[in-house]
Design a protein around this ligand. Structure first.
Ligand SMILES: Cc1cc2nc3c(=O)[nH]c(=O)nc-3n(C[C@H](O)[C@H](O)[C@H](O)COP(=O)(O)OP(=O)(O)OC[C@H]3O[C@@H](n4cnc5c(N)ncnc54)[C@H](O)[C@@H]3O)c2cc1C
Length: 316
């Protein structure tokens, strides 16, 4: 089977969940060949094997991560030229999309970004206008480069024993134009990261104020969940913007999404509608969110949320 290159998204050796999603997707269309860039591979290799990498190209040279983005595109361009993969998959993050664009220019190929699924023949599926329309697109020139949205594929383990191959690239001067001078690790709270959490509890305008968000946090903590918020809540300054779910916020796809005091505007749906099970608590039985849910609770969140927290806590 043809190789499909998967650029591993990791931070100092800690592999991001999206990489396992990309490996899962790649295995459906060929042999998944992970591309590791920078130090830290030894601590991460078991994870790549767990999710079915048939091969790992290891470019461990620290220089490759000392400059912003460009070296990764140069390395991938060299691998495409040497190995002729069937496609290249990257995460549709800010960095991933920039790498995809640079790579496309270097190898004279087409690129698809924000893809949510890949069908036979490397046809990319896009969910647009807040999920109201699904479109399909195909690269018509060169090796398809596909940037896939995090959380759009459920990662499936498929243990393998990947072959390893050390690779390197001689960087051009242009690739060294912007040097990383400092890295600051964001403080991690007790709660799981929003885009990687299995359960997300989000609060909206119905929560009514910053202080009331503790109801959302308590419910989330009883479930070991991440906290999210609608834009109405973040714009009001009740919760930080980094927790906004939706078209202009984060895209989440947890096993369970609980929307509390959120009406279900199309822009909010765009960031959570692929969640496996959706629950809403809303006092308005006509709220559009109820069109989307698996379970709906019509009621006042100030009564329902604390009761839910109490019941869940009792069962632990
Ligand atoms: C370009 C653009 C991008 C956008 N991007 C995003 C985005 O990324 N994410 C996002 O969320 N929005 C986004 N929006 C905004 C979006 O259109 C909505 O305005 C927003 O999602 C509404 O948030 P909400 O549901 O919390 O508030 P509302 O629509 O005001 O809904 C509040 C809900 O709370 C319920 N409620 C009130 N009190 C209680 C109570 N005591 N108990 C139970 N329920 C109660 C009400 O019945 C109501 O349904 C965007 C808009 C635009 C134009």
């Amino acid at each position: 089977m043809a190789e499909i290159l998967v650029l591993v998204d990791h931070v100092d050796g800690e592999v991001k969940k999206v990489t396992f999603e990309l490996l899962t997707l790649a295995r459906r269309h060929g042999d998944a060949a992970a591309v590791w860039v920078g130090p830290g591979y030894e601590g991460a290799k078991d994870k790549l094997a767990e999710y079915g990498a048939a091969k790992v190209y290891v470019a461990a040279d620290e220089e490759l991560t000392s400059y912003v983005v460009a070296p990764k595109a140069e390395l991938l361009a060299q691998l495409v030229a040497d190995r002729s993969p069937a496609a290249v998959l990257v995460a549709a993050t800010g960095e991933g999309k920039e790498i995809a664009g640079r790579l496309a220019v270097k190898i004279d190929s087409g690129v698809l970004t924000d893809v949510v699924d890949v069908a036979d023949g490397f046809v990319g599926e896009h969910s647009i206008f807040g999920g109201a329309i699904v479109s399909h697109a195909k690269v018509s020139k060169g090796t398809p480069i596909i940037a896939v949205r995090p959380n759009s594929t459920a990662p499936e383990a498929a243990p393998s024993s990947p072959a390893e191959e050390q690779v390197s690239v001689t960087l051009s001067d242009a690739a060294k134009a912007a040097k990383v001078v400092e890295k600051v690790v964001q403080e991690k709270g007790e709660r799981p990261e929003l885009t990687e959490a299995a359960i997300v509890v989000s609060g909206g305008r119905g929560v009514g104020g910053a202080d009331n968000f503790k109801l959302i946090e308590e419910l989330a903590d009883s479930l070991g969940a991440a906290v999210g918020a609608s834009r109405a809540a973040t714009d009001a300054g009740w919760y930080p913007h980094t927790f906004q779910v939706g078209q202009t916020g984060k895209t989440v796809s947890p096993q369970l999404y609980i929307a509390v005091g959120i009406s279900g505007a199309i822009q909010h749906r765009a960031g959570m509608q692929t969640s496996k099970t959706i629950v809403a608590i809303n006092k308005d039985p006509e709220a559009p969110i109820f069109e989307l849910v698996d379970y709906g609770i019509v009621g006042d969140l100030f009564q329902v949320a604390p009761q839910l927290t109490e019941e869940i806590t009792k069962r632990k």
